[in-house]
Design a protein around this ligand. Structure first.
Ligand SMILES: Cc1ncc(COP(=O)(O)O)c(C=O)c1O
Length: 506
């Protein structure tokens, strides 16, 4: 019996080693039983995912994410596979031992999480905390900071709607007419005609039957992803999906797991192995990703979701008001059919210039959410001034395609000028997020303030938001920028790097 078990373990080890070798593109002989996947073999979190997908394919087993992430090497994974095969659950570490009594914490200052924050803040130079900077103006092509106009390449005001006279006027008028708050849940406390008008406009703009507006973009994802699925369902999400999607997964009663970034084939492999075990499967991707500026291959995801009978949700935070002739997002950009995406989610805080989130989809779905989605039912309605400004913003986008034209002229001009200066712009090219790689992580601390010194604000993105050693300055271009401002910003970057002795990776 023992011998049979040992032989099975050896077989599993060989399979895991083959899989690691394939994913890491290394010879099998280099992969020892105890070599750590991350530390010794140089894998990263995306490689881990690729390995899981491949192992599930070759073994036909479903590998629970929380158990796989405890494994560090071939030996651990092989033992896990044997346990799964035998139908045993992994024993939680230290399960047999009596837990030691915990130290009581009664003051928040004594918590480890507060100590961690203090340690992080201490790494910033005196007076150099780059966070929570107060601006004395809207964030448009320029902004007023400590009494000084700077070029602003750090805002999500993609279509220039925040601070535009028409949206400001609409908000002022609505505040006079309806007050500044919805003063309660719309379900119980009642709504305003402006709420209904806004939802009709969003539904038309997004080519759906209906839409629902909530008070925050982040909370829209948490409440929808957190409540759409039951314990009989499954959520599959792109590994780079926003924190709000991941928080929703943590809240949900259903199983959830990530799949490799922008990889419909990997999604298909997972579905092939497990689709029949679930009733609903929710697939969540973003239209455009905010760290690399890349666009998701939505038509491929639509094909997979149709073949495997899934619900496809696309978070359009960075693709609506950016892609498509009227900023309609990925369906306008790819020319999709109205029903190809089941849940079109977007934020109001970026291209639409206000604050809130929307869900657009079929009439039955939205009707259900209107009566049952906790983050809508048990929360206040969007404030009337914000609803009015958002409505005006969408109407402007639909009426004036030149807004999107200007944005895209700016994106192309930025790319052209970046290329002239041999800058590395990751996967960017068609969205308003144009990252420039600056290399080693500490470099970004010095470059961002040096740019500001030259009158240009551009925020850094660093590990863990992006891979180690791939720190970047994340330029966000908006429709209101002028070509000469783009030239000035890129010249400032080259000049700042040269004066700090930083060579920018090509
Ligand atoms: C992809 C994505 N989804 C959702 C959100 C949350 O939106 P909001 O900031 O409007 O709450 C963000 C915010 O950055 C985002 O990038």
């Amino acid at each position: 019996m023992e011998e049979r078990k040992q032989a099975r373990l050896e077989e599993r080890k060989a399979a895991v080693r083959r899989c690691f070798a394939q994913v890491l593109m290394r010879p099998e002989e280099e992969i020892g039983d105890r070599a750590d996947f991350l530390e010794d073999l140089g894998g990263d979190s995306l490689d881990i995912l690729d390995a899981v997908v491949e192992l599930e394919r070759v073994t036909g087993l479903t590998i629970p994410e929380e158990e796989y992430t405890q494994c560090r090497c071939v030996q651990d994974v092989a033992e896990l596979l044997c346990r799964l095969e035998a139908g045993e659950k992994a024993a939680p570490a230290g399960a047999e031992r009596e837990p030691a009594p915990r130290r009581w914490i009664t003051r928040f200052e004594d918590t480890p999480e507060y100590a961690e924050l203090q340690a992080r803040l201490a790494t910033m130079e005196e007076g150099r905390n780059p966070y929570f900077v107060a601006y004395e103006s809207p964030l448009r092509d320029t902004s007023l900071r400590q009494g000084r106009q700077v070029l602003n390449f750090g805002s999500y005001n993609y279509a220039g709607m925040s601070g535009r006279p028409e949206t400001v006027e609409a908000a002022v008028e609505a505040a006079r007419k309806y007050g500044t708050s919805a003063s309660g849940s719309r379900l119980l406390g009642g709504e305003k005609p402006i709420h209904q008008e806004l939802e009709r406009e969003i539904a038309e703009w997004k080519h759906t039957e209906d839409a629902l507006v909530l008070v925050g973009g982040h909370s829209t994802n948490v409440t929808f992803v957190g409540n759409f699925c039951t314990e009989r369902d499954l959520i599959l999400y792109d590994v780079l999906a926003h924190n709000s999607v991941q928080e929703g997964c943590r809240l949900s009663r259903s199983e959830s797991r990530p799949f490799p970034h922008n990889n419909p084939q990997a999604l298909e492999t997972i579905l092939q192995g497990c689709r029949d075990r679930y009733e609903k499967v929710l697939v969540v991707v973003e239209g455009a990703y905010s760290m690399d500026g890349d666009i998701a291959p939505i038509p491929d995801f639509v094909r997979v979701k149709k073949q495997y009978g899934c619900f496809l949700m696309v978070d359009e935070a960075h693709s609506a008001c950016v892609l498509g002739e009227t900023g309609g997002g990925v369906d306008e950009y790819f020319g999709l059919e109205p029903g190809d995406i089941d849940i079109k989610m977007g934020t109001l805080s970026k291209g639409l210039g206000t604050c809130g989130g929307y869900l657009a989809g079929s009439r039955p779905l939205i009707e259900y959410l209107r009566y049952d989605l906790p983050g809508f039912v048990f929360s206040v309605g969007i404030s009337p001034p914000l609803a009015a400004a958002t409505l005006e913003a969408i109407r402007l986008l639909r009426r004036e395609p030149e807004i999107m034209q200007r944005l895209h002229d700016n994106i192309h001009f930025f790319m052209q000028e970046a290329k002239k200066r041999r800058l590395n712009t990751c996967l960017a090219g068609e969205t308003a997020i144009l990252p420039v790689v600056v290399g080693r992580d500490p470099d970004r601390f010095r470059l961002s303030p040096a740019m500001l010194h030259r009158g240009v604000f551009v925020p850094p993105a660093v590990y863990p938001a992006v891979p180690r050693g791939r720190a970047r300055l994340r330029f966000c271009v908006i429709s209101e920028h002028k070509p000469e401002q783009i030239v000035q910003a890129l010249d400032a970057l080259v000049d700042a790097a040269a004066s700090l002795g930083i060579s920018l990776p090509e």
